[in-house]
Design a binder for this molecule. Structure first.
Ligand code: SF4
Ligand code: SF4
Length: 110
């Protein structure tokens, strides 16, 4: 999710894909953004990988997401969100796939 306005009424990508990243982005670690991701919102995968809690459940939904997908949503750790979330925005190929999973049309960007 980005801070672009379509995202605040979507949130589909936060409830569609696994979100994995290096533990160095956790709170208090070397590459933490804005204080880092709270470890309590993650699950360990390997020594080199942690996952946002809820993103590998069925159906997936990130533990940091608040609100209703397709209506009004927010990332509760937006400033500290991990790198995969920072790299994903409305121009990402998988945006339309995530939205389709939730019955939402593609954004139809030019
Ligand atoms: S699926 Fe696309 S429009 Fe929806 S929140 Fe993610 S980046 Fe934004
Ligand atoms: S951390 Fe925030 S932006 Fe990333 S998947 Fe979770 S709710 Fe979405």
């Amino acid at each position: 999710m980005s801070d672009a306005s379509p995202c605040t009424t979507c949130g589909a990508c936060c409830a569609a894909f696994r979100v994995d990243f290096h533990p160095a982005e956790l709170a208090g670690r070397a590459f933490a953004w804005a204080g880092g991701v709270p470890p309590a919102l993650t699950v360990p995968v390997t020594a080199q990988l942690v996952r946002m809690h809820g993103t590998d459940t069925s159906p997936p939904r990130c533990a940091a997401l608040s609100g209703e997908v397709g209506a009004q949503v927010a990332c509760t750790i937006y400033d500290a969100r991990p790198s995969p979330c920072r790299e994903f925005d409305i121009h990402h190929d998988a945006c339309a796939r995530a939205r389709a999973r939730h019955g939402l049309p593609p954004l139809g960007l030019a």
